[in-house]
Design a protein around this ligand. Structure first.
Ligand SMILES: *Cc1c(COP(=O)(O)O)cnc(C)c1O
Length: 231
């Protein structure tokens, strides 16, 4: 099942790249393994998966301890400031930075470890009340402030698009995130690059790839439905 799912997602990404004149290497598939047991992640690992996404600090830290060290872990969920210290030296990228206070804490913890933290700025493109993320109009000021942190490297933007029946409905959201990143890149701010757009989930990742996603975050499409009863 896992093998077939991975092959299917892989073929969908490949085809979306072909349709939009992109190279497959331009897109990183993040296997979103939240709520799944270590045994299932190990199975995915044995099938070649090396990039995993988690949305809870404790779960990520636990899985980090139990699984091979060549896995690249991505923090994709809302991050509380008091928990940054548990993952700062374990993750390749934090996708969900949405406040200056959180960035300050990341700066402080990264400095302690003498590392540079790679982050994405989460943007609430659709302005949904229920979602985290900066509003698009808050981005400029945020960028100029976060640029002052020597232990933070901003790599791009992330968004969680609305849940819709037809993924085409989210195409405009992805286009807007891309436009925002182009506008920020044009300002040439220190410590800010806009190489990565993290957008697209199981329901809409092919549209996201067509619109320039560098990272797609696919959970259900790889691992099947999540069972929250055990969490
Ligand atoms: C759970 C989650 C995903 C994956 O969602 P699926 O619809 O299962 O692919 C992607 N991004 C974030 C931030 C998530 O929390």
């Amino acid at each position: 099942m896992l093998k077939e799912n991975l092959e299917y997602v892989e073929s969908q990404i490949r085809e979306a790249c072909e349709r939009s004149g992109r190279l497959r290497e331009e897109v990183t598939l993040i296997a979103v393994s939240k709520t799944k047991p270590v045994s299932v992640l190990k199975e995915a690992y044995d099938l070649g998966v090396r990039v995993f996404g988690e949305n809870k600090v404790q779960e990520l830290a636990d899985k980090y301890e139990e699984l091979p060290k060549d896995i690249r872990w991505h923090m994709i969920g809302h991050l509380q400031r008091n928990k940054v210290k548990y993952i700062i030296d374990k993750v390749e990228l934090i996708h969900s930075v949405d406040s200056l206070r959180l960035a300050e804490t990341i700066e402080k913890e990264a400095a302690k470890h003498n590392i540079t933290a790679n982050i994405l700025i989460e943007v609430n493109v659709a302005k949904e009340e229920s979602k985290f993320g900066l509003m698009p109009e808050e981005l400029d000021e945020f960028v100029s402030e976060v640029a002052k942190f020597p232990h933070i490297q901003v790599q791009g933007l992330m968004t969680i698009a609305p849940f819709v029946d037809d993924p085409e409905e989210n195409r405009g959201i992805f286009q807007r995130l891309r436009k925002l990143s182009v506008d920020i890149a044009a300002k040439n701010v220190d410590n800010i690059t806009m190489c990565i757009l993290s957008m697209g989930m199981t329901n809409d990742y092919t549209v996201a790839v067509e619109e320039g996603a560098a990272m797609v975050r696919v959970g259900t499409g790889i691992f099947g439905a999540r069972d929250y009863m055990n969490n």
